[in-house]
Design a protein around this ligand. Sequence first.
Ligand code: ATP
Ligand code: SF4
Ligand code: MG
Length: 371
Amino acid sequence: MSTGPSTGIGTGPNNGPKTGTPPGGAGVPGGEPGAPAPSGGALRSGGPLLEVRDLRVEFRTRDGVARAVDGVSWSVAPGETLAVLGESGSGKSVTAQAAMGILDTPPGRITGGEILFRGRDLLKLREDERRRIRGARMAMIFQDALSSLNPVLTVGDQLGEMFTVHRGMSRRGARAKAVELMERVRIPAARERVGQYPHQFSGGMRQRIMIAMALSLEPDLIIADEPTTALDVTVQAQVMDLLAELRRELGMGLVLITHDLGVVADVADRIAVMYAGRIVETAPVHDLYKAPAHPYTRGLLDSIPRPDRKDADLYAISGLPPNPVAVPPGCAFHPRCPMARDVCRTGEPELSRVSAERESACFFWRECLRG
Ligand SMILES: Nc1ncnc2c1ncn2[C@@H]1O[C@H](COP(=O)(O)OP(=O)(O)OP(=O)(O)O)[C@@H](O)[C@H]1O
Ligand code: SF4
Ligand SMILES: [Mg+2]
């Protein structure tokens, strides 16, 4: 069932904000880039960079308790890209926010699990220790670049601030660093554009600036939460390619959160599919594309527009994801599942091993694999 470092992903026993660096911060609000590692011993090297283990997050709402994240486990290694996929409300962002330490508590509450960064449980660190890690070692990129950038500061000033405030560099040195970063994220004419304001850049270029901010302090890990959703399809592909290239160049770990299975095929190494706060399938990306082992993943794959199909042929998974305060009993996917049988309405399928690197939380994964 669950997974440990072997597959890197899984679910437990039963199974926002904006990019990288908001104005004045690094990676996430309150970051302290450049600061030394937290006290209490050196961080362990080797093994996964970030490991989420059996994480549980709840929200108390007027309608009841929403189990937004219900026993999720995944991990990412240096140089690896993990895509976390699922429809709206499946718990992707809440997992990421908990991992980064930027979850609003309240209303959210982490009720269980561990978040290990190079083997140290971030949930047990003091807030100042946590801030140092997320500033210098982990950064986050969000969907909405425009509202993350300060409209009254030039992009050069915003990028440079990383280096003046956190690294004590001169303004001139910081400006040179800003240009270097803009070039690194392939912004044409960086030297000329460094003095421009965010609104003077296109959506795709603004997202590149956010990526530059996230990269500024050379983090070990970037979590990108729907980094291309606001962009048109061509620009989406360019930004994805850029992230993949940078990950290779810099050897970072990358967690790529998306609801669009179509955008991750060429970028991710592994995929974790979430449904109603749980992981329902994990697999190396090519295995999953070739033959999904969960009907939900199959539905997502069939929903990807393909050039050989007319729009009218496009499949859509019937129904809607469940309300998190009233998740159906049994398999949470059963009301929408074309393969559901009686047992699915009462029995809760746990993640089980499909192969050395794959898991599925479906009673009938063998049938699903066969197509
Ligand atoms: N502040 C909040 N108060 C109450 N419930 C919340 C809050 N934030 C998130 N949730 C609930 O947690 C669940 C998971 O939300 P999350 O934002 O992680 O979804 P997601 O998978 O990232 O979806 P999307 O693709 O729309 O970004 C949702 O059902 C949502 O309603
Ligand atoms: S356990 Fe049943 S309802 Fe759930 S995905 Fe598998 S076949 Fe469908
Ligand atoms: Mg989200």
